[in-house]
Design a protein around this ligand. Structure first.
Ligand SMILES: Cc1ncc(COP(=O)(O)O)c(C=O)c1O
Length: 388
C-alpha cells in the first residue's frame, strides 16, 4: 500500500493528525469531486429534465450495487438510507413483535442500539436484556453469556459487529450459530465495520445489517445502507409512508401495498450528489482493499498499544490481540476528565481523537492513511497530558 500517495488524495491528512475515522472518515478528493460534479450537472442541466433524472437513477442503482458487492449480498436486498440509525429503526419499528418478546444486546453498545430497543418497551411491550460485558470480553465468554440469556421469548439478537466504545470485534458468527435454529432474528449494526474489516453477510447469515457512508467508507454525511434478507422483506412494515410504499393507489381510498420490495421503505426525495459521493467512497476503499486496510490498521494499533501500555496512569480498554482487536483503541487516563483531555490534544497538538463515556476513555481510530509517526505523536502527547 502506497500510504504517502493515498494521503496526497486526502486533504485532512495535511492539516492535522486525524485519528477519528470511527466518528467520520476524512473524504478523499474523488468523493468531494463526485459530489461537486453531480451538483453542478444538476444545476446546469435542470434537476427534473429526463437526462438528469435518468442519470440520477443510475447513480442510485450503482450505489446499491456497490454496497451489495461490499457486503456480498444482492442489490435488491439493499436500501439506501441516510445513516446507520435510520436503517436500525426501519427494522426495529417495522417487525411484527408480540408483547413480551425479548431482545438481547450488551452494555458496550452505542445509543443507536440501546435507545431504539428500549423504546420498543413503550411502543410494543418488547423487553431488552442487556448483557454486561467487559470492555475486551473474550469471545467464548460472550457466547456463554448469550447462551445463558436465551429464553423461549428471545426474538432478536442485536449487536454491533465492532463495538464503537472499545473496538471489540464481536463473535457474530458464533452468536448466529447459537440462535439460528431457534428462529431468532439477527440485526447487526455495522457502523464500525463497513470499510474496516472484510464483510460477507452470506457467511454470517444475519437477517439485517445497517451501515453508514461517512465513517470507514469515507463518504459524506447523510449516506448509508440497510441490508434486509430477501425472505424478511415482506415481514417489515414501513413506518414512514412514501411513493414506493404502494404499487398503485387511486383517489377513492384504493391502495395496493408494495410488500415484497425493499423500496417500500423509501420515503421521498433522496440526494443523487450525496449518493455519488457515497459510491466514490466505496470505490476508493475497494481500490485500497479492505483486507489490506485491516492488516495495516492492526499493525498501527499494535504500535499504539505498545506505546501507551507503559505510560503511568494509562489503562488500555480495548482487547490487546487475537480476533477481538480492530483499528479502534480506547484508553483511560487515571483521574483525567476525558472530554477535557480530548480538547487538549486538539488544541495543543492538532490531534483529533474522541472521548467515550462508557468506559470513560479516549478513543483513537487507526486507519490505513495514518502513519507510524502519527502513532508516536499521539503517545508523546498523551505522555505530556499524564505528566502535567
Ligand atoms: C456502533 C455505532 N452505531 C451507530 C452509530 C450512529 O451512526 P449514524 O450516525 O450513521 O447513524 C455509530 C456512530 O458512531 C456507531 O459507532
Amino acid at each position: 500500500m502506497d500510504v504517502a500517495a493515498l494521503r496526497k488524495q486526502m486533504p485532512t491528512t495535511k492539516n492535522m493528525t486525524y485519528l477519528n475515522t470511527g466518528w467520520a472518515g476524512p473524504s478523499p478528493m474523488s468523493v468531494v469531486n463526485a459530489i461537486k460534479e453531480r451538483l453542478e450537472y444538476e444545476s446546469y442541466n435542470g434537476p427534473t429534465t429526463p437526462e438528469v433524472r435518468e442519470t440520477g437513477k443510475q447513480i442510485n442503482l450503482q450505489t446499491q450495487e456497490a454496497v451489495a458487492g461490499l457486503l456480498n449480498v444482492s442489490a435488491d436486498e439493499i436500501l439506501l438510507t441516510a445513516n446507520t440509525t435510520t436503517g436500525l429503526n426501519n427494522v426495529l419499528n417495522g417487525l411484527p413483535w408480540r408483547k413480551g418478546d425479548e431482545i438481547i444486546t450488551c452494555s458496550l453498545e452505542h445509543a443507536s442500539i440501546l435507545l431504539p430497543s428500549y423504546h420498543l418497551r413503550e411502543s410494543r411491550g418488547v423487553v431488552t436484556r442487556v448483557l454486561q460485558l467487559a470492555p475486551g470480553e473474550p469471545h467464548d465468554s460472550t457466547l456463554s453469556k448469550v447462551e445463558a440469556a436465551l429464553t423461549e421469548r428471545t426474538r432478536m439478537v442485536f449487536f454491533s459487529h465492532i463495538e464503537y466504545s472499545t473496538g471489540l470485534r464481536m463473535p457474530v458468527e458464533g452468536i448466529r450459530a447459537l440462535t439460528k435454529d431457534r428462529g431468532i432474528w439477527m440485526l447487526i449494526d455495522g457502523a464500525q465495520a463497513a470499510g474496516h474489516i472484510p464483510l460477507d453477510l452470506r457467511a454470517i447469515d444475519c437477517d439485517f445489517y445497517s451501515i453508514p457512508g461517512q465513517k470507514w467508507l469515507l463518504g459524506p454525511d447523510e449516506t448509508g445502507a440497510l441490508y434486509v434478507r430477501q425472505s424478511m422483506i415482506p415481514e417489515i412494515q414501513p413506518v414512514d409512508i412514501g411513493y414506493d410504499t404502494a404499487l398503485e393507489y387511486d383517489r377513492e381510498g384504493g391502495y395496493v401495498p408494495n410488500s415484497d420490495k425493499i423500496e417500500k421503505l423509501l420515503v421521498s426525495t433522496a440526494s443523487a450528489p450525496l449518493h455519488a459521493g457515497f459510491l466514490e467512497g466505496i470505490r476508493f476503499i475497494d481500490e485500497v482493499g479492505v483486507e489490506a486496510i485491516l492488516e495495516r490498521n492492526l499493525s498501527l494499533v499494535t504500535a499504539l498499544k505498545a506505546g501507551l501500555a507503559p505510560l503511568s496512569g494509562v489503562t488500555i480498554q480495548s482487547p490487546m490481540d487475537g480476533f477481538g482487536a480492530t483499528g479502534l483503541v480506547a484508553f483511560s487516563i487515571g483521574g483525567a476528565d476525558h472530554e477535557e483531555a480530548c480538547l487538549e490534544l486538539w488544541r495543543s497538538n492538532r490531534i483529533m481523537v474522541r472521548n467515550i463515556s462508557y468506559p470513560a476513555s479516549l478513543r483513537a481510530s487507526l486507519d490505513f492513511f495514518n502513519t507510524e509517526d502519527e502513532v508516536t505523536a499521539l503517545v508523546e502527547a498523551v505522555q505530556g497530558l499524564t505528566l502535567a
